[in-house]
Design a protein around this ligand. Structure first.
Ligand code: BEZ
Ligand code: FE
Length: 287
């Protein structure tokens, strides 16, 4: 092997990582090494800066556990998560666009009937979200599962609260024969991403807003269709144009229309004012 100097180290490291047994790993690691070295050259990385970066990465790992994934948050705030979503969800124009999953989805939410209140007993303004699930030709997709989750009015998700023993602000709805669905919940609020770790420390050194606009998360699944992970955002909400994780899209912003007490979209009646958003999800067929 040639001895190392500043000029040949990148090629040598790429060759070495290009021996990975899986061709894809070889491709990923060689390109990673190439870009990493180019970065260090471009900014002329100092030894102090390199050591600070290593300490920051170590702290990011140390604060992570089965409930908190600080590396995902780091990927979110630099726009990498959203870029990966865009690269891998190039749906046709008619289909509902995808956005970031975020770190707060919990598998195995309980099944919910049409109109079920997934916020029962939780403070907040009632919100109904109704509409249909269809394919890109407008044909209903009966049985499509809509896995829905959101934060409470204080911006906390279930996984951020201690000792919760039943599903909180999450449920799995199903589209009916005509593709219709009805979610009952409470109005979400904009909230801050967790700022008590290394990602927060870094953000505080910038002018970056650490808030997300008010939204409800959806994951739609049905055999034969591409899985859709997306959100609905409240029209007029604060932070729509500065979402810290780059997740907002025009097509996902919907009005939350105010209604007085009276007939409600689940076919019942409500004795207090409520909000109603309508949104028709369009799934892309698998090719
Ligand atoms: C969320 O919307 O739940 C979220 C997404 C990315 C980072 C933090 C939170
Ligand atoms: Fe969220």
């Amino acid at each position: 092997m040639a001895f190392v100097n500043e000029d040949n180290i990148t090629d040598l490291a790429m060759q070495r990582w290009g021996t990975a047994h899986s061709p894809r790993t070889a491709e990923l690691m060689s390109a990673f090494v190439r870009h990493l070295h180019a970065f260090a050259r471009e900014v002329h990385l100092t030894e102090e800066e390199w050591a600070a970066a290593m300490n920051w990465l170590a702290a990011t790992g140390q604060i992570s556990d089965e409930k908190r994934q600080e590396f995902i948050l780091a990927s979110d705030v630099v726009g990498l998560s959203m870029l990966v979503v865009q690269l891998n969800n190039r749906f046709s124009e008619q289909a509902t666009p995808a956005t970031v999953l975020g770190p707060f989805h919990i598998d195995g939410s309980p099944p919910a009937e049409f109109g079920h209140d997934m916020a029962a007993g939780i403070e907040g303004t009632p919100l109904f979200i109704t509409g249909t699930v269809t394919d890109t030709e407008g044909k209903p997709v009966p049985g499509a599962v809509l896995d829905v989750w959101q934060a409470d009015a204080d911006g906390n998700y279930e996984s951020q609260l201690p000792e919760i023993d039943e599903a909180r602000l999450r449920a799995k709805y199903q589209a009916r024969e005509d593709g219709s669905y009805c979610v009952r919940t409470i109005a979400p609020r904009g909230y801050s991403i967790p700022m008590d770790g290394p990602v927060g420390d870094l953000i505080r050194t910038t002018d970056i807003s650490h808030f997300r606009p008010a939204h409800v998360h959806f994951m739609l699944e049905e055999p034969g269709y591409q899985k859709l992970i997306t959100h609905l955002f409240q029209e007029g909400a604060e932070y729509l144009d500065s979402d810290v994780v780059f997740g907002t899209k025009d097509a996902l912003v919907v009005p939350f229309v105010e209604h007085q007490a009276g007939p409600s979209p689940d076919g019942g009646r409500l004795d207090r004012p409520f909000l109603h958003a309508t949104f028709d999800f369009v799934l892309e067929q698998k090719s």
